[in-house]
Design a protein around this ligand. Structure first.
Ligand code: C2E
Ligand code: CA
Ligand code: CA
Ligand code: CA
Length: 277
């Protein structure tokens, strides 16, 4: 065992070592982040083709006293690798459900709440039971909750995950397949998953106006999704040109800086009020 570790060091580059020690710092700080109240949520609006509000995606934010703002793209993988994602996920969900209920009351209407769920969370034995407990405690309507699962789901885990996904649907929640097009899921996988929504990855939206290849791919994704009666959501839409093209191809929902960046609670309330008048 020790020998194996020693040998593998031969392949470590300087960059990898730096990344590794940065991750150790992230891990140490993350362990106390919840107690220190450093974690909070922001919400990015998701807009229907007719300009009305479909819902929001909840995105986690972490402001640490030593590290400053740490991107979820940097700390979520560390949280997954260390198992801290389970505690973090519960903390996030608890806070979210309460905060969103307050926002519903303030704006006088409900809307869809999308939450990112890591595959590590999904694979944990008590995931659904815990989630339902939190939902029931605050009496949240399950049909207003969309769980975003990434397409980068290891195929060998599918047999285990599929019944869980089906139970989630049976409880009335919706499922969205995140980052669609970046993984390797085949059409046959898509037919098996009880998915309500496909999220087209930002990478394709970025290239949409310039690359014929990506344009055709996006058209194909939209048509496939439609055939399975799924909603199609395009993420990372930054310009009117992108939104117009995507609308022309039949895309249903849009999320991106063109409409809004992720917003804190008070700013989200103001945004929703501005849509209504
Ligand atoms: P994601 O789920 O693909 O989230 C979309 C990311 O794109 C977000 O980055 C969002 O702020 C960003 N974004 C949205 N619209 C635009 C746009 O028009 N232009 C550009 N340049 N970016 C845009 P963020 O918030 O940094 O999150 C990064 C990733 O971290 C997320 O990717 C998701 O995989 C993960 N993540 C975020 N919050 C959570 C969470 O609460 N739980 C879990 N498990 N993962 C999370
Ligand atoms: Ca997402
Ligand atoms: Ca995404
Ligand atoms: Ca993405």
């Amino acid at each position: 065992e020790a020998k194996k570790v020693k040998n593998s060091y031969a392949f470590f580059t300087k960059e990898m070592q730096e990344k590794n020690s940065a991750n150790i710092t992230i891990e140490q700080e993350l362990r106390s982040a919840l107690q220190k109240n450093e974690i909070y949520m922001v919400y990015q609006p998701q807009i229907n083709a007719d300009g009305t509000l479909h819902g929001v995606e909840a995105l986690v934010r972490w402001k640490n006293e030593k590290l400053g703002f740490v991107s979820p793209a940097d700390f979520i993988p560390v949280a997954e690798a260390t198992g801290l994602i389970l505690e973090l996920g519960n903390y996030i969900t608890n806070r979210l459900l309460l905060e969103i209920k307050k926002i519903y009351a303030e704006v006088g209407k409900t809307f869809q709440l999308s939450v990112n769920v890591s595959i590590v969370q999904l694979m944990e034995n008590h995931f659904l039971k815990n989630l339902l407990e939190m939902i029931h405690k605050v009496q949240f309507d399950t049909s207003l909750l969309t769980l975003e699962v990434t397409e980068r789901l290891p195929i060998e885990d599918l047999d285990y995950v599929l019944p869980i996904l089906k139970s989630i649907r049976a409880e009335g929640m919706l499922l969205s397949l995140d980052d669609f097009g970046t993984g390797y899921s085949s059409l046959s996988v898509l037919t098996k998953l009880p998915i309500n929504e496909l999220k087209i990855d930002k990478a394709f939206v970025d290239e949409l106006l310039y690359s014929n290849k990506d344009k055709n791919l996006v058209k194909t994704i939209i048509n496939i999704g439609k055939n399975f009666s799924m909603d199609i959501l395009a993420e990372g839409t930054e310009s009117k040109e992108q939104v117009d093209k995507l609308k022309e191809y039949g895309c249903d929902i849009f999320q991106g800086y063109y409409y809004s960046k992720p917003l804190k609670k008070e700013d989200l309330i103001a945004f929703i009020r501005s849509l209504q008048c």
